[in-house]
Design a protein around this ligand. Structure first.
Ligand code: SAM
Length: 222
């Protein structure tokens, strides 16, 4: 059995009882980064063996993990933060489990996109999750296609690329499009800045340096 276990995106209290119990009971935890996850596992006194599973080794490692699961071992997959498979490794091993007839149990839990969307004050009845925009190739094409997207759009972005991405949104969606940036969710310096794209750009442009992780939410086209 493969368990997909979401872990906190900052605040270590944001984990379910079932997630902790699952992480204690499985035979092996596949972690994106064993040192990062070690902090969480220590905090909850979880001493289950871990192994590294990330975007650079998932193709080689998946067959080994599948062999163990076929032999009857239970494995939990966790990422550095949030839900495995959401802009994080997960898809590849879940597909391998499907092909091999191995059961997959997804646990519900933390992810950055949902609190960013629900706090954005933008329509949340329909939305598209775009994850990270392409950095170079395909970026302009994607932005052009999204300019007419009527649903609320949710993007992940690294802090050092936030201003550049907001500038691209202003160029393609216009400066008056309502938006929100949720930064450092669940952490000490959590903030959700709402306004037009231009207003949000000006707010973060005044920072010496934007730090912390960000989710950008943009109103759909009228
Ligand atoms: N699997 C994660 C999830 O379920 O949200 C996403 C992992 S992705 C590699 C990392 C991105 O998630 C960051 O660049 C940022 O856009 C977003 N993110 C993660 N933690 C966050 C937080 N505490 N506050 C705001 N955004 C966060």
């Amino acid at each position: 059995m493969l368990y997909l276990v979401p872990t906190p995106i900052g605040n270590l209290d944001d984990i379910t009882y079932r997630a902790v119990r699952t992480l204690r009971e499985v035979d092996l935890i596949a972690c994106e980064d064993t040192r990062t996850s070690g902090v969480l596992l220590d905090h909850y006194d979880i001493d289950t063996p871990t192994t590294a599973y990330h975007e650079h080794n998932e193709h080689d490692k998946t067959p080994q993990l599948v062999t163990r699961m076929r032999a009857g071992h239970d494995i939990a997959l966790i990422s550095d933060a949030g839900s495995p498979g959401i802009s994080d490794p997960g898809f590849y091993i879940v597909r391998a489990c499907r092909d091999e007839g191995i059961d997959v149990q997804p646990l519900p839990g933390p992810t950055a996109l949902v609190p960013a969307l629900t706090a954005s004050a933008l329509p949340s009845d329909r939305f598209v999750f775009e994850g990270f925009l392409p950095k170079k190739k395909g970026r302009q094409t994607r932005l052009q296609a999204l300019a007419s997207e009527p649903r609320t759009m949710v993007f992940y972005e690294a802090p050092y690329r936030l201003l550049r991405t907001l500038d691209d949104f202003i160029d393609h969606f216009g400066p008056d499009r309502p938006a929100a940036v949720a930064r450092e969710l669940t952490k000490t310096y959590e903030e959700v800045e709402r306004g037009t794209l231009q207003e949000v750009r000006s707010y973060f442009g005044a920072y010496d340096q934007v730090r912390g992780e960000c989710v950008i939410v943009v109103h759909g086209a009228d």
